[in-house]
Design a protein around this ligand. Structure first.
Ligand code: ADP
Length: 372
């Protein structure tokens, strides 16, 4: 139906690969740009541009002749996207939306200006500047840009920790007493139609801040569920979003909802939507950016998504455990095909389904034993 439409995606990681799979369902041709020649998307398209999505010249060159550009990571060149828009290329999410979200501090200011509850935080220039805020410790220090999977996050307990702090522009946030972490994915199209997925629970590994597993639906009170959806929809409207947006939130021990961070692209909190929802987050993104009606976001069955991390030592190969995982019912494997060995790196994920959350959790416990 859209054979002649040329879509470009900035970023060629696993999120891009899952997006491509859905683009194929829609008959679209997809060009990908990533600076890693071995990026997961590279082997699925003949239209792979090996260059940095943060480079002005490269993005401008990539965008020539495309109809629509979208992203699967935020570190992209905004000026080039604005230039391409002037040349008639549709860029969704818009450069303005990406720009606000790229920087964790401007994101916070934007949310505060729309009366969205966020974790309070200060902008700090670097290590030396942190000494001005010693009285705010303990706190959570985050790089303003380019953090992912916890790589740009650290806890500062006392002023002695400043010595080892990131020495780049950061946000120093209050350390939140977290009861539970949830995420909501919301989609909005150019006509202002909005659809929200049910909140999912996200459980992070304590020492590394990396997502350990995710459960859909989150086991939370109905009032919090409704409030979380209302917050996500309010943000999507405030941003005039065209595309999809993941809104990560904390439920505090005293039952307040605080927005942690936003991602205007497919997100790992929505991996399960491929199997467990009527419309996957990837199809929803395509519907949103192509101006089509948004799809039904209802869950078909309870699910749990678990990341598969590269083995800590090259002697134990996680790949050898995959057949055992696949011998279990309703276990869906997504293997990212990343090249090279890096301990602890995300190399795939599984989505586990079942009739009840109890049966899903019990299967997850079996899987955890296999993987450990
Ligand atoms: P990333 O962009 O790398 O995913 P996040 O900002 O989402 O970084 O932080 C990663 C994790 O660190 C969160 O999911 C949460 O567990 C913890 N965290 C982040 N901010 C705070 C905070 N202000 N207080 C307590 N824990 C936090």
């Amino acid at each position: 139906m859209f054979e002649n439409l040329k879509i470009g995606v900035l970023g060629g990681g696993q999120l891009g690969a899952m997006l491509m799979r859905h683009a194929i369902d829609f008959g679209l041709s997809v060009s990908i740009m990533d600076n890693d020649v071995n990026a997961p998307c590279a082997r699925y398209t003949s239209s792979f541009f090996c260059a940095d999505p943060a480079s002005y010249e490269a993005v401008l060159e990539f965008g020539k002749g495309l109809d629509v550009i979208t992203i699967e990571k935020e570190a992209v060149n905004i000026e080039a996207l604005r230039q391409l828009e002037k040349q008639g290329v549709k860029v969704f999410p818009t450069p303005g939306t990406i720009e606000v979200i790229q920087d964790k501090f401007s994101q916070k200011q934007f949310l505060q200006s729309h009366n969205i509850p966020v974790v309070p935080g200060e902008a700090v220039q670097g290590k030396d500047d942190l000494h001005r805020y010693e009285n705010k410790l303990p706190g959570c220090l985050k790089k303003r840009r380019d953090g992912y999977d916890g790589y740009g996050v650290m806890v500062l307990r006392t002023s002695a920790d400043i010595e080892n702090a990131f020495d780049v522009p950061c946000v120093l946030e209050e350390l939140v007493d977290i009861k539970q972490e949830i995420a909501v994915i919301v989609a909005r199209n150019e006509h202002g139609a909005i659809k929200c997925y049910d909140p999912v629970a996200m459980v992070f590994s304590e020492e590394k801040f990396i997502l350990d597993f995710q459960m859909a639906p989150a086991q939370i009170d109905d009032s919090i569920r409704k409030e979380a959806a209302a917050i996500a929809e309010k943000i999507a409207d405030a941003l005039k979003l065209v595309g999809i947006l993941a809104v990560e939130m904390f439920i505090t021990k005293d039952n307040r909802l605080l927005v942690n961070e936003l991602a205007p692209r497919p997100h790992n909190s929505g991996h399960h939507t491929i199997e467990a929802s009527i419309t996957s987050q990837y199809e929803q993104l395509l519907r949103a950016i192509l101006g089509f009606p948004l799809g039904d976001t209802a869950l078909r069955f309870p699910s749990l998504m678990m990341n598969i991390l590269e083995s800590a030592s090259p002697d134990s190969n996680v790949r050898e455990k995959l057949p055992q995982l696949l011998s279990l019912e309703e276990v869906h494997l997504h293997w990212y095909g990343k090249k090279g060995y890096r301990p602890g790196r995300k190399v795939g994920h599984i989505t586990i389904g079942g009739n009840t959350m109890e049966s899903v959790v019990s299967k997850a416990e079996t899987i955890r034993k296999i993987l450990n």
